[in-house]
Design a protein around this ligand. Sequence first.
Ligand SMILES: [Zn+2]
Ligand SMILES: [Zn+2]
Length: 256
Amino acid sequence: MVAKISSFYRDNKQLVDKQYRLFKSKVNMTYKEMVDWKKNKCSRAASIKIDEVIDRVTRLLRKPKTTWTLKDFTDSKKVVSYISRATKISDSSTPAKRKWGCMKGKNFYALRNWAYDREKEKRKPRRNPDLETNGKIYRLERALWSGTYDALPRLLTYLRQGWICDDCGKDDLLCECEKCPDCNHNRCVCDFIDLDREESRKKVRLLTWKLAKENLNDEELKYFVVKTINVNHLSHFHEYPEKVQKEMMTIYNKVY
Ligand SMILES: [Zn+2]
Ligand SMILES: [Zn+2]
């Protein structure tokens, strides 16, 4: 089923795109997880307007941004602002509802009602400033996560010549030394352009994963894999080609 584009989206595309990204970066539970969570008794252990809160975010998780209305837009702001505020407070040590077996604090369950699971926080990779600012990892992530071929020219240029090109002195985004006259990209992506979206994504991800294995050392590759899998909801890991998922999981399971 192809959802109809809302007039609100058509008129406010950039605004909605930005808000949608923000919304997605805050929540860390899926639509399915929220449906299950609502049936869990502990969802009743916190929040006042429980059903309203859960239904609101659940609806947003399922709705494509292109169908968003003004109400969806303002509702997403409520979610963003609640999660931003509540995650700054640590969870209470008093069980929210001992007799129901809900042993976490109220804050924990309230956040889940807003599609934020504190338990997922612990699985975040350890912060490592060197790896986080690593240009290779950053550019590989962009290509792998998005699956769009637009990310490839910059990635390929960076891997071949680093940040600044010795020939033209420009950075990896601007260097046109290898520009392709056919596709007009700074590195040739002709092979990807005529494919349908799914095929193109698959091919981009297979290539990016191959490049990651060839260009990252063991420590970098582990970090790259763990981060990608742990932020599945942002990286769309579950949509990757089977081969990529399998090989990444093998590395992931060795780390944990
Ligand atoms: Zn150059
Ligand atoms: Zn080309």
